[in-house]
Design a protein around this ligand. Structure first.
Ligand code: ADP
Ligand code: MG
Length: 541
């Protein structure tokens, strides 16, 4: 009897080919949505980093125009942007190799793993066996075209055709791919994705042409752009043994002190000296002489050393109050809206910043609370109930405290900007409940709801006054008439002067009282802990 074990190695493309669920390509509906999302995100990342107001065109078209063909079926997806383009020598690998990208540096961006766009292309190839076409102009003078497929077992691009031509003076990238999709079951999510993208990226034009040829255009409402994110060094708290080894391998410094100062975020001479003393490592030791056991001890000391400075959040690119408010007002047209920006904070050595908006009333919002979640400006549309923002709204907000009535039309917008978003999956759909992040979201939401509460009690007292006045206006003439008749008199008393313009009585005390009530609430609401009561008014969303 012999048992033989066969070992084999698979390429990253092969891995994602076999495990496409991991990247969110679960079924033809979800896959179509993911493909749109990944390509659009690449366009936005590239344009924003280059400081260009994004102009993104997306078209989904059935490959076969016969409407009788049932879903799922092959769709042609085209995404065109006005970004900086991709240099021709990088195009094949950028689009034809999993884990190849320009975003491995520590910098806030939508893409993280060198995976998304390539995964969409890989999925298209798996399901239709059709090549992808990329045309890009990095200089506005020449356009470089590539028709290619991915060699899955080798994880490398196979270029089938190249074609060049003159460009029209503008830079940008165009991707044309064919994939099996189910538009019927993904159209709602895709529409929502564009709507929400337009809300946070109010400085961009987005055109979407659906398979029926219907055009939806989201027009930019401002030319102001958030300042682009900056690249940063890793913070000592965010480095593990593998990362530390990699940094040593790439380093050229001859002593540990210079090494620490050169490769870590916010480590200067003074802190480097203090840290090395703390870790029991000579500042003169050449980094390449550290053995694995020493590296493990050193990385452990990195986590325990109390004097590293907080990560600098100036490298982040929050949306900004004006731009976010412009977007919310444009897409939701609410009666009331407000933005709260929290001071920057950090988790595990990664800086992050929370921005929260609350919108109320208007034409678009439906009764009930709707949560809009964003991470590095990506709308997150799936798995809402696993997300940290959902947890905060559901379990850490006492809605009664803010006088928000049941079924009030409220939108809560949460945005986290970070050099590393703690997604729970590669599909980038929901954010882990890191305590630091949860705390910042909670504080921002409470402050925004407190402002809404004040607005609502003012509005409520105005309405109550109005209602009372209407009642007086209606009954006073009758009362006057009856009492005149009862008294057996003929002339009505002068009640009319009691009623103001439009038949209402002005009673100033009411409004003032209500306002002071709201202010009393403010103090309570401002306490950042407490209010842990669970109100399941959010459940129905
Ligand atoms: P990721 O976005 O995670 O880096 P992708 O596979 O989506 O991975 O993209 C790989 C790389 O291709 C990106 O890092 C970027 O450098 C480049 N790229 C993709 N699309 C565009 C685009 N529209 N404009 C400019 N560069 C792009
Ligand atoms: Mg990407």
């Amino acid at each position: 009897m012999s048992s033989r074990t066969t070992f084999a190695e698979i390429s990253p493309s092969e891995f994602f080919y076999r495990n496409r669920d991991l990247a969110g390509f679960t079924n033809p509906a979800r896959a179509l949505y993911m493909a749109v999302r990944e390509l659009v995100e690449n366009s936005f990342d590239a344009a924003e980093l280059a400081g260009i107001n994004p102009d993104v065109y997306v078209r989904i078209m059935a490959e076969n125009p016969n409407p009788e063909i049932p879903e799922p079926k092959p769709y042609r997806l085209t995404v065109i942007d006005n970004g900086p383009g991709v240099a021709p020598q990088h195009v094949p690998s950028a689009f034809g190799k999993v884990f190849y990208g320009s975003k491995y540096v520590l910098r806030q961006s939508r893409g993280m793993f060198g995976l998304g766009g390539t995964m969409a292309i890989l999925y298209g190839q798996i399901t239709t066996n059709k090549p992808v076409t990329i045309i890009s102009s990095p200089d506005g003078k020449r356009k470089y075209g590539f028709q290619m497929m991915i060699d899955i077992s080798e994880n490398r691009p196979m270029v089938l055709k190249r074609f060049n031509s003159d460009a029209d003076g503008t830079t940008g990238t165009r991707v044309d791919m064919i994939l099996e999709g189910d538009y019927l079951r993904s159209s709602a999510k895709i529409a929502e994705y564009f709507k929400q993208t337009a809300m946070v990226a109010s400085y961009s034009n987005i055109t979407f042409v659906d398979p029926q040829g219907q055009v939806t255009f989201y027009e930019r409402a401002t030319t102001a752009m958030p300042s682009p994110p900056k690249e940063t060094l890793p913070h000592p708290y965010g480095v593990d043994v593998e990362a530390f080894k990699r940094i040593i391998k790439l380093s050229e410094e001859h002593d540990m002190k210079t090494f620490m100062v050169t490769h870590f975020h916010r480590v200067g001479d003074r802190i480097a000296t203090k840290f090395l003393e703390f870790a029991g490592v000579s500042p003169k030791l050449p980094p390449k002489r550290l053995n694995t056991a020493q590296i493990v001890t050193l990385v452990d000391a990195l986590q325990r050393f109390p004097d590293f400075l907080q990560p600098d959040a100036a490298v982040l690119s929050p949306i900004g109050e004006d731009i976010l408010l412009t977007g919310i007002n444009k897409e939701l047209q609410p009666e009331f809206s407000t933005i709260v920006t929290r001071p920057p904070s950090s988790y595990s050595g990664f800086p992050f910043l929370i921005e929260v908006g609350v919108a109320y009333g208007g034409k678009v919002l439906q009764p009930g609370v709707k949560l809009f979640r964003f991470a590095n400006r990506i709308p997150l549309l799936y798995d809402e109930s696993s997300d940290v923002s959902f947890e905060v709204l559901n379990e850490e907000v006492d809605w009664r405290r803010y006088h928000v009535p049941q079924d009030a039309p409220v939108g809560v917008i949460t945005h986290i900007a970070s050099t590393r978003i703690p997604y729970k999956t590669v599909g980038k759909e929901y954010i882990a409940d890191r305590p630091e992040i949860q705390r910042e979201i909670r504080n921002a939401v409470r402050e925004a709801l407190r402002r809404l509460g004040i607005f609502l009690s003012k509005k409520g007292s105005m309405e109550a006054v109005q209602r009372k006045m209407n009642i007086y206006g209606k009954y006073l003439p009758l009362i006057a008439q009856f009492s005149t008749e009862l008294a057996g008199k003929k002339d009505l008393p002068e009640y009319r002067k009691l009623i103001g313009e439009g038949g209402v009585i002005v009673e100033e005390n009411d409004a003032a009282a209500a306002e002071s009530g709201a202010a009393g609430e403010t103090e309570n609401a401002n306490k950042e802990e407490g209010g842990q009561e669970t109100i399941d008014r959010y459940g129905g969303v």
